[in-house]
Design a protein around this ligand. Structure first.
Ligand code: GAL
Length: 426
């Protein structure tokens, strides 16, 4: 797959490294309590399109080990509920044996809090230093040690659409909008010419997800990446313009969608109720599960303005300090990090493997994933803020609060002020 050349490395945007080594000392204490013959794994993969990959991995795990798998998944897209439950457990020293965390700044929060064991020896034993791109290992590392095992790479910036609805609106389904400006025009056209929802959204986090896509689409990869430097200036005419676009786009979404997660708005596209949805490629796994046909029931393109950039995120699994079943957790991590495990999980999940020794044959039946693998080879990279790459939880939550207020009050100046304040308070 990719080479780890300096040019490649430059594509990755390292999240800011906060210096907080003291708490790490606490992380060196060993877990591995008495524990029974089980492994408890915590994630948020329960819903449509989320559970199938995990279930297949669990089946493989149980066929290899005489260890019972306790699936402690907590429902809720992008981990909004799960992360709160997990934090409570970690604070009260009741960790699962392994939990899902995004590579990047999100993981660093857990490391700095002293919740994670380093996995350097495990990496060496399993040959993982050679299996993953160096830049991804960096995103799972802190002060020279590595703390999680990446299972996949997801893409945040995908525009999903219903070809028939586009045609009904007089738009060419073979030529979906390539810029944010064209996208706004297309949404207007759908609104005028059809009864369909121009752009479906769901829970508030799906609006955060939309925001990162509009920022990337309007600003481009370099300026987008610079936004996540601590103290970055969000009070610029370029950001104002991007937020105005965001506001115009939001005018074409349906109301009363906050009670829906991400599956319902995605489903509206394949059902022909909505023309477009901007969502990560877990939607590809969902559409497969619904037995939808690519090119007929749905089609996709880079989110408008983001062609040539892969806005990436990576689900990874950890070994918490005090994991009751450390040996069993390491067996789980072995499967997570293996080529076999990744090629079982990813074709079902709609993601591509984090490992570089991909078996392309395992993805060949899947049009979307074949496309994604090719894109991953040749795109520039930007990190997803919402899915844990570029900002820590404090910053992410402040953005979410600002977006929540915007949804209530529709005050764009206030939104920009709060986004700027969130960047300043590092
Ligand atoms: C992301 C996660 C994906 C997918 C998605 C929707 O944060 O990395 O694996 O689950 O949320 O829940």
């Amino acid at each position: 797959m990719r080479e780890n050349s300096p040019a490649r490395r430059a594509r990755w945007k390292p999240a800011s490294a906060a210096a907080l080594a003291s708490l790490l000392a606490a992380a060196t204490g060993c877990g591995g309590g008495a524990g029974g013959n089980e492994v408890e794994v915590f994630s948020w993969w329960t819903g449509g399109g989320e559970a199938a990959g995990l279930d297949a991995l669990i089946e493989e795990f149980e066929s290899k080990h005489d260890i019972s798998f306790v699936n402690a998944a907590v429902a809720g897209g992008s981990g909004t509920n799960a992360q709160a439950v997990l934090e409570g457990r970690l604070q009260s020293q009741d960790p699962p044996d392994s939990f899902q965390g995004h590579a990047g700044a999100e993981l660093r929060d857990y490391i700095e809090a002293g919740y994670l064991e380093p996995l350097d020896d495990f990496y060496a034993e399993q040959g993982l230093n050679e299996a993953f791109p160096d830049e991804l290992i960096e995103q799972a590392s802190y002060e020279g040690s590595v703390y999680s095992v990446p299972l996949n790479i997801h893409r945040s910036n995908v525009l999903w659409y219903n070809p028939q609805v586009l045609e009904d609106a007089g738009l060419d389904p073979e030529a979906p909008p390539e810029t944010v400006g064209d996208f706004v025009d297309a949404l207007e056209q759908v609104a005028e010419e059809t009864d369909a929802i121009p752009l479906s959204v769901g829970a508030q986090w799906t609006v955060d997800h939309l925001l990162e896509n509009v920022l990337l689409g309007e600003l481009g990869a370099d300026a987008y990446n610079e936004l996540w430097e601590p103290g970055a200036d969000w009070n610029t005419p370029e950001v104002s313009e991007a937020l105005q676009r965001f506001d115009s786009i939001m005018e074409h979404t349906q109301e009363e969608s906050g009670s829906e997660d991400w599956q319902e708005p995605a489903q509206r596209v394949v059902d022909g109720e909505a023309a477009f949805n901007i969502m990560g490629d877990w939607a590809a796994g969902f559409f497969d599960e619904l037995e939808m046909t690519a090119g007929e029931d749905y089609d996709w393109a880079p989110a408008p303005g983001t062609g040539g950039t892969y806005m990436w995120l990576s689900d990874s699994f950890t070994l918490p300090v005090g994991a009751p079943n450390e040996e069993a957790a390491l067996s789980w991590l072995e499967l997570v990090g293996s080529q076999e495990g990744q090629d079982i999980f990813n074709p079902l999940k709609g993601s591509i493997p984090a490992r570089t020794d991909v078996d392309a044959g395992a993805y060949a039946d899947n049009e979307y994933l074949t496309w994604a693998l090719g894109e991953w080879e040749q795109s520039d990279l930007a990190g997803s803020f919402w899915h844990g790459v570029t900002v820590d939880n404090r910053w992410k939550n402040e953005i979410d609060t600002a977006v929540g207020l915007y949804l209530q009050e529709d005050d764009l100046d206030e939104l920009q002020e709060q986004l700027d304040a969130a960047a300043q308070s590092e």
